[in-house]
Design a protein around this ligand. Structure first.
Ligand SMILES: Nc1ncnc2c1ncn2[C@@H]1O[C@H](COP(=O)(O)OP(=O)(O)O)[C@@H](O)[C@H]1O
Ligand SMILES: [Mg+2]
Length: 386
């Protein structure tokens, strides 16, 4: 495949760090970018820069300086208009500049999924003022889910059970919104039996591949634990795969996507997708030979993926900080955490904590999913972040 590629990773958190490691293992040159020094991916990259990624001039400057072959947006908070320009200048923006633009705005991607591609989703509508919001919730019915159009990891997201909740939900959404877009999506609350992430790999050459479906549990709209494989009806898995293929084909380019679905007894609802590795996919660091990060890098470089070999039922559990601390964190209890066979820990190396900030993840394999989840939880609970 020719010469070493210069890969610029925009967003140097835990996902960017694992992508950097996978790329380094294949001999690529990695430049990690984020808005604070010592971010996880910077610790393993060849070079790094600290800039505000919403600042067009700053983005321009680092791209000019490093002249990357590939730009990997690993977070949503990026001045995506710039990505279009970089793409026009011949840089491969992963998976495409348009995909990163569409997926950072819930309205844009919902429009493509529901209106253009006719994928089944929860009922939804939008609101830009409190009055509109009240009408929107009445139309959708209670309970309903409220999300700012631009936000991630559950920020600004809430469930309203009755009209009395609306004032709080609106306020919370306004505070949690990224940027100055004062618009929310109101969604029908789906009482799903379970939800899955279907990691979908779009290759330059070769067929679209799927990782075994990943089950996960969210709290405060943020992932707490994930496991693989989640048992599900064959027909529903095929339906989810078909929907994932449709939307990733529409978005184009190459790379791994995390496609989220809600599953009920008789329905498969498309929810949203990330055009990059997914946090719930961290379980693939222990469940198989090629993790979601390895798969992403191979897909981007156009390298073969002849097989994904699974080691058995596996789980991951997040390790959260319980308070804010500007000192470098200490991790107590590694010896207890690692005592169980088939268990491992990934500490991300973030330089400071915030309450509920994700600082690491535990990984476990078990004789079945229950066993793997218990082991992962025990390993995470044994570790204390101070
Ligand atoms: N319409 C809905 N019905 C039921 N639960 C939902 C709905 N929308 C979101 N959720 C729950 O909230 C979580 C986060 O929502 P999501 O839309 O994925 O936001 P984010 O971009 O922050 O991940 C989902 O994984 C799911 O558990
Ligand atoms: Mg999500």
């Amino acid at each position: 495949m020719g010469k070493t590629k210069k890969i610029m990773i925009l967003g140097a958190g835990e996902l960017g760090k694992e992508v950097a490691i996978s790329a380094k293992r294949l001999g690529q040159h990695v430049i990690a970018i984020d808005n604070y020094p010592l971010a996880p991916a910077m610790q393993v990259a060849d070079q790094f820069e600290v800039i505000d990624m919403l600042d067009a001039a700053a983005l321009n400057q680092v791209v000019k300086k490093h002249n990357p072959d590939i730009i990997l947006p690993e977070v949503e908070a990026i001045r995506t208009e710039k990505l279009v320009e970089f793409e026009k200048s011949g840089i491969f923006v992963v998976p495409t500049a348009e995909a990163t633009y569409l997926t950072m705005n819930r309205e844009a991607i919902r429009d493509v999924a529901a209106n253009e591609l006719k994928l089944k989703t929860a009922q939804f509508t939008y609101a830009q003022s409190f009055e509109e919001f009240q009408k929107a919730c009445k139309k959708i019915g209670f309970p309903c889910v409220i999300k700012p159009l631009m936000s991630s990891s559950g920020k600004g997201q809430s469930v309203a059970y009755s009209p009395e909740d609306l004032q709080n939900s609106w306020q919370y959404a306004m505070e949690g919104a990224r940027g100055d877009l004062k618009k929310v999506i109101v969604e029908e609350f789906i009482k799903f039996d379970f939800e899955i992430t279907l990691l979908t790999i779009k290759q330059k050459k070769g067929p679209t591949l799927f990782v075994s479906p990943i089950g996960h549990r969210q709290e405060r709209g943020d992932y707490q634990e994930s496991w693989l494989p989640i048992p599900m009806k064959e027909q529903q898995l095929l339906t989810a795969q078909e929907m994932a293929k449709k939307i990733t084909d529409r978005l184009g380019g190459a790379g791994l996507f995390g496609v989220e679905f809600f599953i009920t007894d008789d329905e498969v609802y498309f929810s949203e997708l990330s055009p990059r590795p997914h946090d719930t996919g961290m379980v693939t660091l222990i469940s198989q030979d090629l993790s979601e990060f390895d798969l992403h890098v191979r897909a981007i470089l156009g390298l073969p993926i002849p097989e994904i070999f699974y080691y058995g039922p596996s789980a991951s559990h997040v390790i959260l900080a319980d308070s804010q601390n500007s000192e470098p964190p200490q991790y107590n209890g590694l010896e207890n955490s690692l005592i169980q066979a088939g268990t491992d820990i990934r500490i991300f190396g973030k330089p400071f904590t915030r309450k509920y900030r994700r600082m690491g993840v535990s990984l476990a394999r078990g004789i079945n999913i229950d066993d793997a989840r218990k082991k992962a939880k025990k390993a995470a609970d044994s570790l204390c972040v101070k």
